[in-house]
Design a protein around this ligand. Structure first.
Ligand code: DAH
Length: 366
């Protein structure tokens, strides 16, 4: 008994004095390991008589339990102390002012899309969206671009493999323009309709002025008695608000798009200043020129009928324009590829603060 008492006193004292986790582990091995002192005591139980064992057993097992508990308690204390030391070393005072300003900015494309939404909301247009993975019926056929139409080849379309055709057997593709949102809107909404549809579009094309992904915004108005005067007024009002100047002069040139009839390409007057195109003024005036900016027209009767509407009752106009192009013209970038490089210096220079939300009253870009 006194033997056991002595071992207990010695071990508990040593454990209490252990300075770190390594010392605790060494004590555990010395007491409870294969050759440990308590393990040796436990082994002696086998050779004892039943009476002896009844007397010694509980004492030896009690010793083992006490030492096991002491080891665990000491380890916990040491771990907590180690954590305190680490926390003290890694402390951050959250009340101190930041010593670096936060990174990040709103990309010009996002900013311009917000400006467009703001400008068109003021004219009663809602924002509509559609998927970037589209079917060839909505991207082409419903827009009066049948399979044999040369416009299909012109679009340099990214198609998905035939195994990905939809339930109706339609080929899937990355939409080549935002015009399929016209189809989606006319098929899901009762006229009158006034929407813009900004978003990403894809074409297999890449050089200084073309990237495989770019951005467009589509406009669509469907109502009774709509004519080209409405189209011209809408575009003029939009461009004056967007470029924040009153001397925007438009020239509508007859053109061809399968989904509009008649179709017009819209040019805007500009002037070259310090190597930059500044939109404004009459393109025919001295020092000015015309630049093609938008595609537009009266929605083709066939497109209206394809969406299940009666073209004798409903008419409309549509337009499409490149958002990246609009951003470049307003904010003076000259290389489209830089838009999608993710270069932090470019983003810091051309990006917008998260709080500079465009409003009409503040000047859209302010
Ligand atoms: N979808 C045409 C394109 O990507 C742009 C366009 C032209 C859209 C005329 C229209 C439109 O809505 O009326 O080239």
């Amino acid at each position: 008994m006194s033997d056991i008492e002595a071992i207990r006193a010695q071990l508990l004292g040593d454990i209490e004095a252990a300075a770190d986790a390594g010392a605790v582990e060494a004590l555990r091995v010395a007491a409870l390991g294969k050759a440990g002192s308590i393990t040796a005591l436990l082994k002696t139980l086998g050779a004892m008589s039943p009476e002896e064992r009844q007397a010694q057993g509980p004492a030896i097992h009690g010793l083992r339990e006490a030492v096991t508990a002491a080891l665990a308690a000491r380890k916990e204390v040491l771990d907590a102390a180690a954590l305190d030391i680490r926390l003290a070393a890694e402390a951050i005072d959250m009340t101190l002012p930041a010593d670096a300003s936060p990174r990040g900015s709103v990309h010009p494309v996002s900013q311009v899309m917000d400006e467009l939404a703001e400008i068109f909301a003021d004219m009663g247009f809602a924002v509509a969206t559609g998927p970037e993975i589209e079917d060839d019926w909505r991207n082409f056929t419903a827009l009066n671009i049948p399979e044999t139409h040369p416009a299909r080849a012109m679009h340099d379309t990214f198609y998905f493999p035939a195994q990905m055709n939809d339930a109706e057997g339609r080929a899937m593709l990355l939409r080549t323009h935002t015009s399929p949102v016209q189809i989606r809107t006319m098929m899901s909404q009762e006229p009158p309709i006034r929407i813009i549809a900004p978003g990403r579009v894809y074409r297999s094309d890449s050089d200084a002025t073309h990237t495989p992904m770019f951005h467009q915004v589509e406009g669509l108005v469907i109502d009774r008695g709509i004519h080209m005067g409405h189209l011209k007024w809408t575009l003029e009002t939009f461009l004056k608000a967007y470029f924040e100047r009153d001397d925007i002069v438009l020239r509508l040139r007859p053109s061809y798009f399968p989904f509009t009839e008649p179709s017009a390409e819209v040019d805007v007057g500009y002037k070259q200043e310090k190597g930059r195109r500044i939109v404004g003024g009459n393109g025919d005036d001295e020092g000015h020129a015309w630049m093609e900016l938008l595609g537009s027209g009266m929605v083709n009767r066939r497109v209206i009928a394809n969406c299940g509407l009666d073209p004798d009752e409903w008419q409309g106009f549509a337009f499409g324009v490149g958002v990246d192009r609009l951003a470049m013209l307003k904010y003076g970038m000259d290389d489209l590829r830089a838009f999608f490089d993710g270069d932090l210096r470019w983003l810091a220079h051309y990006g917008f603060g998260a709080l500079s939300v465009p409003t009409l009253s503040g000047g859209v870009s302010a």
